[in-house]
Ligand binder design. Structure first.
Ligand code: UDX
Ligand code: UDX
Length: 475
């Protein structure tokens, strides 16, 4: 045991140049932190999207393409020293010993597996590009969440199309959550690295272990085989999403029975076997990962004929869709069965607080349902602009873009957004919503003034005292 450990260490490749393909929510912050913590490694992040790269290179740190608390400071420290953003993909591949693939893997919108399987066309493009350029041995690291056994496809492309150089494929899934990405990267619960069980595979694993060892304690760096690593990422997200759907399922029962879901969550969360995190009832989970990864899991299970396994996990998504639809329906029903021509104000559009990311945000689906009922929607989100909101709605393709434009309007000021509204709906749990002057908002609204708190963040007693009709989730 000791011997093989030492052997691995002595033959590992020391990394001096890292390239990351994909300067998105995952690639950007992850590589910025690696660069900050490893000043001896040159880290180059490349992307085909030139305007995104320009934004990463902006001298104004408020213009970075991604909003994440703490990110600007990390980029400020490392950029130009050993962190570089570029569109020159080929040069960065050529220089690097280790290449991270961090491109997006959206759910397929066409062909076999449409609406379920991950679209791997960008991953394949990356593999082909690496094969075209690489003249020296490379370690290729999957950072994107991928279906199990994608590594073998990448390896096949690399070895069959390249110049005969050696490749090792590693899976190093990202567990950071948006809004806390920098903190999660600084102090990860664990770092997971999967690789081949061969000597060469173990050597590649050790090279990446060495990179993370610059700031992550060794006992938190776990190594597994490739498939365990890939499946662990999907499983982690499926379990987290399942907790949200479980508490949301109970929230509906609480509303019928007079129980309070916050009290139930607190009571069960104190059981150390259950734990207190991820028990917050809400209007439904969003984000780029949960739905996509579960659909992926369901698709994989079905492809192996494991229908019960597939149905079990699919229910997590079905429950989440129900929760979003139920929230929209409750607004219409409470407003005397019609919202047509009424001003409904959304506080929040992002899928969670402290991010400008709106992918799969519950707000999009709730808005879509209310727009079908011909409501006028006013939105205030501290970090999301109207262009993004319209793009999100247009993507659903429920009506013409002009109609979306007519029915929805973003505001820069929350008080103006709420002016003469029939109802307010809280869609994102931004902290600032709690400290608004609610009396002032109430005075300017139509009466009865309704609040639908999709995040259970506001103070029911205080609001009811002012005169609001306050509706929470699960109580
Ligand atoms: C990530 C992960 O990689 C994905 O697997 C996970 O499930 C969600 O999060 P993320 O960083 O959030 O993706 O995606 P995104 O912000 O869309 O960034 C991906 C970047 O890759 C984009 O900037 C895109 O321009 C770039 N890209 C895509 C390339 O540079 N080359 C390509 O061929 C495709
Ligand atoms: C998730 C995983 O947490 C992370 O490990 C993985 O790498 C990527 O996917 P992210 O999507 O950024 O991260 O955010 P997360 O904090 O997990 O929240 C996901 C959604 O669930 C949000 O819409 C959030 O509001 C919702 N949520 C979360 C709840 O509704 N209730 C909860 O108790 C927790």
């Amino acid at each position: 045991m000791q011997l093989s450990k030492n052997t691995n260490k002595s033959i590992k490749m020391t990394i001096k140049n890292i390239c990351c393909i994909g300067a998105g929510y995952v690639g950007g912050p992850t590589m910025a932190v690696i660069a900050q913590k490893c000043p001896h490694i040159k880290v180059t992040i490349v992307d085909i999207n030139e305007s995104r790269i320009n934004a990463w290179n902006s001298t104004n740190f408020d213009e970075l393409p991604i909003y994440e608390p703490g990110l600007a400071a990390v980029v400020k420290e490392a950029r130009g020293r050993n962190l570089f953003f570029s569109t020159n993909v080929e040069q960065a591949i050529d220089e690097a010993e280790m290449i991270f693939i961090s491109v997006n893997t959206p759910t397929k919108t066409y062909g076999a597996g449409k609406g379920m399987a991950a679209d791997l066309k960008y991953i394949e493009l990356c593999a082909r590009q690496i094969a075209k350029v690489a003249k020296t041995d490379k370690i290729v690291v999957e950072k994107s969440t991928l279906p199990v056994r994608t590594a073998s496809a990448i390896k096949e492309i690399l070895t069959n199309t390249g110049y005969g150089v050696q490749y090792q494929i590693l899976s190093n899934p990202e567990f950071l959550a948006e809004g806390t990405a920098i903190e999660d990267l600084f102090n990860p619960d664990r770092v997971l690295i999967g690789g081949d069980t061969t000597v060469e595979g173990q050597k590649a694993i050790q090279s990446l272990v060495e990179v993370y060892s610059n700031w992550v304690p060794n006992e938190k760096i776990i190594t597994t085989n490739l498939w365990s690593s890939e499946l662990s990422k999907l499983t982690a997200n499926a379990f987290l999403a399942q907790r949200v759907s479980s508490i949301n399922a109970l929230s509906e029962l609480c509303e019928k029975t007079g129980a309070d879901v916050n009290e139930v969550a607190q009571a069960i969360g104190l059981d150390s076997r259950i734990g207190s995190k991820f028990l917050k009832a809400s209007v439904g989970f969003g984000g780029s990962c949960f739905q996509k990864d579960i659909l992926n899991l369901v698709y994989i299970a079905k492809s192996y004929g494991l229908n019960e396994v597939a149905d079990y996990w699919e229910q997590v998504i079905i429950m989440n869709d129900h929760q979003k639809r139920r929230f929209a329906k409750n607004i219409s029903t409470t407003l005397y069965n019609t919202v047509a021509g009424k001003k409904i104000t959304f506080l929040g559009w992002a899928f969670k607080k402290d991010t400008n990311d709106t992918r799969e945000s519950a707000a999009i689906y709730v808005a879509d349902d209310l727009l079908n009922e011909q409501a006028n929607i006013a939105v205030f989100d501290p970090k999301v602009n109207e262009k993004q909101m319209l793009a999100d709605l247009d993507y659903l393709d429920s009506r013409l873009p002009q109609e979306n434009q007519k029915q929805i309007k973003a505001y820069d000021n929350p008080y103006e957004a709420c002016h003469e509204a029939h109802a307010i709906a809280v869609l994102t749990e931004w902290d600032e919503f709690k400290s608004y002057d609610w009396q002032k908002i109430y005075d300017q609204m139509l009466k009865p003034a309704f609040i639908f708190d999709g995040r259970n963040i506001l103070d029911r007693k205080a609001l009811e005292k002012i005169g609001f009709v306050y509706k929470a989730i699960g109580s």
